[in-house]
Design a protein around this ligand. Structure first.
Ligand SMILES: *Cc1c(COP(=O)(O)O)cnc(C)c1O
Length: 396
């Protein structure tokens, strides 16, 4: 997955353009910048790559989620449904806009289970935040149907899924709003950065203003702009955007390498009895950033992880025992460890969460291993790795 494995002259040239004219700010300073608008150029490039009408770059994937929620008018009193398996950023963003996170079980896509979503709906449900984990996707058609029937806003967290598609549409472009991260370990990176994409003109204008203190960006004199509404600073800098611009040009190459390496390992693991692969819905194509599979039970999976460690098979994650991605270790959320007082609605929601169990999610995450697909492996290295993994898993 990590695009940083391919840094080179392309990145250097884009960054030097910015340093040569000295304008690190994405807005204004028109006369000084010698025609360089890296953030704008990257937004245009992403419009094409992601087949969407509008792109708003922001400072991180977490910021993208907050900006997407705010742009769609989601806040206090609204419930947002999100999965038990995601990155902590998902509930952080929901709580930042004052909405209440409602955690819901996943299925063997590693994404939200449509049946579990239906059970969690209440009159306060305003939005479903589907998280496209490990380069794959949830059962999108069923989730789209639920949103349509219940008049809900669909936000896609596609931070881990750039390049993946569903029915030939890029992930992120299927919901009302899509969010991407370009942090240091993502498929394309600019150090820290993110993007909100949408085909909805109003949401886009909201995102554009909200991510820059509510500035309306009318005319080219920042002093004369007005503030139609409150906003915050989630701006990306020109330096970050410059790196992103180089990286987005590498995306087809990155996806090709990932697909080749993924398939070599997948082929080798097909011979392991009792091993099944993550479900990819019909019409879906992963971005091949991770190979995700399931073993028989928790004990076998823990043994496999120990064997991988002993034998130098790095980059594989057993999220059941991981602090960042699975509800089991999110005590800071369930025990309401906030630095400042939370609203009564959020407190009530979290109170319920503390007593909830997620057997269906546990049954999936306990048996799941997801292995990062690196770009820098040679073909020989991947083949040796695939063979070793098959041998170790076969010995269990
Ligand atoms: C990385 C990630 C984020 C947050 O992105 P940052 O740029 O690190 O803030 C959000 N959601 C998912 C699923 C992620 O993997």
């Amino acid at each position: 997955m990590p695009g940083f494995e391919l840094f080179g002259d392309l990145e250097r040239k884009e960054v030097n353009d910015v340093l040569d004219n000295g304008v690190l700010m994405r807005y204004g300073f028109d006369g000084m910048r010698n025609g360089h608008w890296k953030a704008k150029e990257l937004e245009t490039a992403l419009q094409t790559t992601l087949q969407t009408n509008h792109v708003q770059l922001v400072s991180s994937g977490t910021a993208a989620l907050s900006v997407a929620l705010a742009s769609a008018g989601i806040g206090a009193g609204d419930e947002v449904i999100l999965p038990t398996f995601t990155f902590v950023a998902s509930f952080e963003a929901v709580m930042q806009v004052g909405a209440t996170p409602v955690l819901v079980d996943i299925d063997d896509t590693l994404g939200l289970d449509p049946k579990a979503i239906k059970k969690a709906l209440t009159p306060n449900t305003k939005c479903i935040m589907v998280v496209q984990m490990c380069g794959g996707m949830a059962h999108m058609q069923a989730i789209l149907d639920i949103c349509k029937t219940n008049n809900l806003i669909l936000i896609e967290d596609a931070c881990q899924a750039i390049g993946a598609t569903f029915n030939n549409k890029p992930l992120g472009s299927i919901g009302d709003l899509g969010c991407f991260s370009f942090d240091f370990v993502k498929t394309i990176t600019c150090g820290e950065g993110g993007a909100v994409i949408t085909n909805n003109e109003d949401y886009y204008v909201n995102a554009d203003h909200y991510s820059d203190h509510g500035h309306d960006h009318v005319g080219n004199d920042r002093g004369a702009e007005t503030h139609p509404f409150l906003g915050y600073n989630y701006r990306i800098s020109e330096l970050h955007a410059a790196v992103g611009l180089a990286q987005v040009k590498r995306l087809p190459e990155i996806l090709n390498i990932q697909e080749r390496n993924f398939n070599i390992i997948k082929e080798a693991l097909k011979s392991v009895s009792g091993l099944t692969f993550r479900t990819v819905p019909q019409g879906g194509v992963e971005n091949y950033s991770f190979l995700s599979f399931f073993l028989k039970d928790l004990e076998t999976t823990q043994k496999a992880m120990a064997l991988f460690k002993e034998n130098g098979i790095d980059g594989c994650f057993h999220y059941f025992d991981n602090n960042w991605h699975y509800v089991r270790r999110w005590q800071h959320l369930t025990q309401q460890k906030s630095l400042f007082p939370l609203s009564q609605e959020i407190k009530n929601g979290l109170q319920e969460l503390e007593n909830k169990t997620f057997e269906a999610s546990d049954a999936i995450i306990a048996r799941n291993i997801s292995c990062l697909i690196k770009l820098s492996w040679t073909e020989e290295e991947v083949k040796a790795r695939a063979q070793k993994m098959a041998e170790l898993l076969g010995s269990l």
